[in-house]
Design a protein around this ligand. Structure first.
Ligand code: UDP
Length: 238
């Protein structure tokens, strides 16, 4: 069974996708490479919006485990996503693509506040919208923010870029017998606790009938190929 061609797509990138070979932070060359890939996906005529994580800089839950107050740590994590969003915005604008960052936590001097109608208008004008600061609430993740924004923006699919080319029966980096699923149901992902996105994000996509496409973002050229309906990926749907 082949994958359909989706028109309006939300692309979720984890913060780690911006790190390159490093262990922390933002690697400009990697960000430029991602921007070029996003530009070629957009050139195929898709409407694109993005949610970027912050795990390359700060993760609330990990900091809380070391004694940070969880709520403060989560706000720090959300601020980290704003840094990543600004880095991506700059790189995309270098590619000649009008890009707007809309933050769930208003910060007027840095970017626009998230207002759904405004985001819709930007997309109608052919701009790429980057949703920053997650949902704006602690105790959530940017995966959930991605599912939420995909539903709000009426996206046809959520593309989740990871470091592997789909969802496997076991961790392919640890188990050589692990096999990749082409298709999965939301029910199976939730009942078997398969590591696609966190359960809240998966449930939101299931309830709003938004397929999740899991693919490898680290492989050059893959984003445009997978978005065009080719390449290797796992699709999760009802
Ligand atoms: N975060 C949050 N609420 C949200 C989204 C994110 O509190 O709606 C915080 C949380 O601390 C999280 C951090 O921001 O650890 C970075 O996001 P995430 O871990 O999802 O980034 P990724 O793993 O995708 O890089």
């Amino acid at each position: 069974m082949s994958r359909p061609r989706f028109n309006r797509i939300l692309l979720k990138l984890s913060g780690e996708a911006l790190m390159g070979q490093g262990q922390f932070g933002i690697d400009p060359e990697t960000v430029n490479g991602l921007a070029a890939e996003i530009a070629s996906a957009k050139a195929q005529g898709h409407e694109l919006c993005l949610v970027v994580g912050g795990g390359n800089i700060f993760r609330g839950i990990a900091a809380a485990a070391k004694g940070f107050d969880r709520t403060s740590a989560d706000y720090m994590g959300m601020l980290a996503t704003v840094m990543n969003a600004l880095a991506l915005q700059n790189a995309l604008e270098d590619q000649g693509i009008d890009t707007r960052v809309l933050s769930a936590i208003p910060m007027a001097a840095v970017c626009e506040p998230y207002i759904r109608r405004r985001a819709m208008r930007h997309m109608e004008k052919g701009r790429i919208v980057i949703f920053a600061a997650g949902t704006g609430n602690p105790y959530f993740t940017t995966d959930t923010a991605a599912a939420l924004r995909a539903a709000e923006m009426g996206c046809d699919a959520l593309f989740k870029g990871t470091s592997v080319d789909g969802v496997y029966t076991a961790d392919p980096k640890k188990d050589s017998d692990a096999t990749r699923y082409d298709h999965l149901s939301f029910r199976r992902v939730l009942s078997d606790d398969l590591k696609v996105m966190d359960a809240a994000a998966v449930a939101l996509c299931r309830d709003n009938n938004i397929p999740i496409v899991v693919f490898n973002i680290r492989q050059p050229g893959n984003l445009a190929e997978v978005i065009a309906g080719g390449g290797t990926a796992t699709i999760v749907q009802n």
